[in-house]
Design a protein. Structure first.
Length: 249
């Protein structure tokens, strides 16, 4: 599927992986791009993009994905100005083992809310990619709540895909450790401080961080070849399809 002249909305667009995805989309010809994030984009990057891609309409929406009204308003405003919404990437996420309800609200409820909103606006079909994690496939002992939230993102994506919305593909992509601020921010928090530092270093070392560019290209790849309900892993630069137990009903 070519991205040429497509319209895409990305949540968590101003973080490490989100920025990489937006960069990849711009390089591949999107026409309209919505950056949905709690934090604004780097103004220098935004002006670089505007100079390099003057034909692309890029809009930033300050949204907390926990607040449905804010999600609704951003979709509503973006979709008013475009022909059709083709692609949504739900990428907003946090690791917060100290405040488990915050982590679940953002990673899971935020993804669910944005996915249901996308379905309302994708009248002519489209592709929704939910960014989960390898921690959503193999539970990660140093991040139990994060792991639980990402397992749930995969379960939600697969279950909803099974309902078969006409013309819509729902896909989950699970990155392995990726070089962004996400994990480093956690080192100083009480949950991590209480853990054995050698064990944390050992687990973190095993994650072998890949670049955001690799994950961004994987997003493009799954948009191209992922079938509805498929789950993909991108870890240490290698992409594989993950096959879980089938749905019961
Ligand atoms: N970095 C990794 O190793 C890794 C691995 C697997 C999966 N992931 C997932 O990839 C996604 C992006 O993570 P990242 O590594 O780029 O982290 P990041 O911290 O660089 O980016 C996360 C973005 O989400 C935004 N965000 C946080 N809370 C929000 C909220 N309530 N409403 C709207 N936006 C909010 C932040 O402002 C930030 O821009 C996350 O879902 C994360 O769980 C990351």
């Amino acid at each position: 599927m070519s991205l040429l002249n497509k319209s895409a909305l990305v949540t968590g667009a101003c973080g490490g992986i989100g920025t990489g995805i937006c960069q990849e989309f711009l390089g591949n010809g999107v026409k309209n791009l919505a950056l949905v994030d709690l934090n604004p984009p780097d103004p220098k990057l935004l002006s670089n993009w505007s100079e390099k891609y003057p034909e692309v309409v890029i809009k930033f929406y300050k949204v907390d994905v926990r607040i449905s009204k804010e999600i609704q308003n951003s979709y509503n405003d973006f979709c008013k100005s475009i022909h059709q919404l083709d692609i949504v990437i739900n990428c907003a996420g946090v690791i917060d083992e100290n405040s488990f309800s915050r982590a679940i609200d953002i990673n899971l409820c935020g993804t669910i809310g944005s996915t249901y909103t996308a379905l309302e606006y994708m009248n002519n079909g489209g592709t929704i990619v939910n960014i989960a994690s390898v921690a959503g496939i193999h539970p990660l002992s140093i991040m139990p709540t994060y792991s639980a939230s990402k397992h749930a993102v995969i379960a939600f994506t697969r279950a909803l895909a099974h309902r078969e919305y006409p013309g819509i593909r729902l896909i989950a992509l699970c990155p392995g450790g990726t070089d962004t601020p996400l994990i480093y921010q956690q080192y100083e928090t009480p949950f991590f401080q209480k853990m054995d530092s050698e064990e944390v270093s050992e687990i973190m070392g095993a994650l072998k961080f890949q670049s955001v560019e690799i994950v961004a290209k994987a997003v493009l790849d799954v948009i191209n070849k992922g079938i509805n309900g498929s789950v993909w892993i991108i870890e240490q630069g290698k992409m594989t399809e993950h096959h879980s137990l089938p749905l019961r009903l």
